[in-house]
Design a protein around this ligand. Structure first.
Ligand code: ATP
Ligand code: MG
Length: 426
């Protein structure tokens, strides 16, 4: 019988990598605080209709990528493919419209999409998600874009490309849709089968298609921004001028329409040149009709989601700094049962003092314990051998300098408390 492996397209994030993730989350949490976003933890599964109504029936995510099943109560349940719909659902469900607006929330966690697994594309992947709900001010769009850039700046990611566009609203989009259909009609035959299918149902998505033939057809397609209604047009000008005030480096990309139906007005994406085909580290925009589409009252909102795997991948690619890898600073080596008992007690005390420390649980020789300490990268080894047992002292060896001193436990603890250990410099 073959041993069981993890399902295709999912990954174990092991200790060799997870400390890098912790750095990304630490930085994200600080940025969230600095921008006034509060953390929420939302369910990993929701009723399917939240996504079919919220994200949109004709999107790839809903049509092809959802993990949907019927639970034992006969209800259709879906593992969340994204967070905005849940965020807005939660905002409505908890009456957050009564709070001061906009309500600014963030969350991090796994999302699930049935996609073809490849580098930077998984079936379970993590997102950092930020949403500002309840304001239509273009400066909130600017804040959200700036927030995502600030996370990347603090993570030291370089060479990112920011693309923005406006996809209009239910007032101006129908007109654009017609203009686009007229433009595409003569070349309908040249489009890929899914785009031919999109022609009637969701023609905007054709502009977004990665297929080279479809790209050629849409090369000179009419631009959404030329067909915006006055409100959308003014809003877009507001976003652009806000970004200029911040000196942000961005370009307007008329092909950017994004995969989810709920976007209105601003759509944006941040790309990293170090990722190959899966080059989007972050995508977002405004979704003023999402709340209504899931049965709430009209509530504007804007947000983004950034992929954690792709962030870590491009940081690795660029040799970015992940901070210090957590490690054990002090190892207690002991010989004999009585010494071991004392070691256990000292270990407990060190940990009470928040000093990362460990001891032997494998009945190793003293020599092997030193080797274990070395492997862990311990700065100090505290030895309790026969002599130390008799004298009631401890021997403290500095593993970097090789210096060693025999001291009372109190003196030893004093040295460790004052030492530059990894915990303190983190
Ligand atoms: P893509 O064009 O790469 O499919 P998307 O437009 O579907 O991205 P969004 O729905 O905007 O992506 O999600 C936001 C971010 O989540 C993306 O920019 C990306 O970093 C990450 N992401 C999306 N899908 C995956 C996936 N299957 N595996 C890993 N990360 C993903
Ligand atoms: Mg996708």
């Amino acid at each position: 019988m073959s041993s069981i492996k993890a399902p295709r397209g999912v990954r174990d994030i092991l200790p060799e990598e997870s400390w890098k993730w912790a750095h990304v989350f630490d930085v994200t949490r600080q940025v969230a605080r600095d921008f006034g976003y509060r953390e929420v933890h939302l369910p990993i599964f929701e009723y399917t209709e939240l996504f079919s109504r919220g994200v949109g029936e004709t999107t790839d995510v809903v049509e092809k990528e959802m993990y949907t099943f019927t639970d034992r109560g006969g209800r259709s349940i879906t593992l969340r493919p994204e967070l905005s719909a849940s965020m807005v659902r939660s905002y409505l469900e908890h009456g957050m419209s009564r709070q001061q607006q906009p309500v600014k929330l963030w969350s991090a966690g796994p999302m699930f999409r049935y996609e073809r697994p490849q580098k930077g594309r998984y079936r379970q992947f993590w997102q950092l998600d930020f949403e500002a709900i309840g304001s239509q001010d273009p400066y909130v769009d600017v804040e959200v874009i700036d927030l995502s850039l600030e996370i990347f700046r603090r993570l030291g990611l370089k060479g990112l490309e920011v693309k923005i566009n406006s996809v209009g609203c239910p007032v101006c989009r129908p007109l654009y849709r017609d203009v686009l259909r007229d433009f595409l009609k003569p070349n309908l035959e040249k489009l890929c089968p899914s785009c031919r299918d999109r022609y009637d149902r969701n023609p905007l998505r054709i502009i977004d298609c990665k297929n080279p033939e479809c790209k050629a057809v849409t090369e000179n397609a009419p631009r959404t921004i030329d067909y915006l209604c006055e409100e959308c047009s003014e809003h877009f000008v507001g976003v652009e001028s806000g970004l200029r005030v911040l000196g942000a480096d961005f370009s307007v990309d008329n092909r950017l329409v994004r995969g989810l139906d709920y976007y209105t007005k601003t759509a944006y994406e941040i790309l990293s040149g170090d990722l190959g085909a899966q080059n989007a580290v972050c995508g977002g925009g405004r979704y003023d009709n999402l709340a209504e589409s899931i049965g709430g009252k009209h509530t504007p909102g804007v947000g983004f989601a950034a992929g954690v795997e792709r962030i870590v991948l491009s940081m690795e690619q660029q040799g970015s700094d992940f901070g210090l890898q957590p490690k054990t600073d002090v190892y207690i080596a002991s010989a004999g049962e009585e010494a071991r008992e004392r070691a256990l007690k000292i270990l407990h005390e060190l940990r009470n003092l928040c000093i990362s420390s460990d001891m032997d649980y494998q009945d190793r020789s003293l020599k092997a314990q030193f080797k274990a300490a070395n492997n862990m990268g311990a700065e100090y080894v505290c030895v309790i051998g026969e002599d130390e047992l008799k004298s009631g002292m401890v021997t403290l060896k500095n593993m970097n300098s090789g210096d060693q001193q025999t001291l009372t436990l109190e003196e030893g603890l004093d040295i460790l408390k004052r030492a530059e250990l990894s915990r303190k410099s983190r």
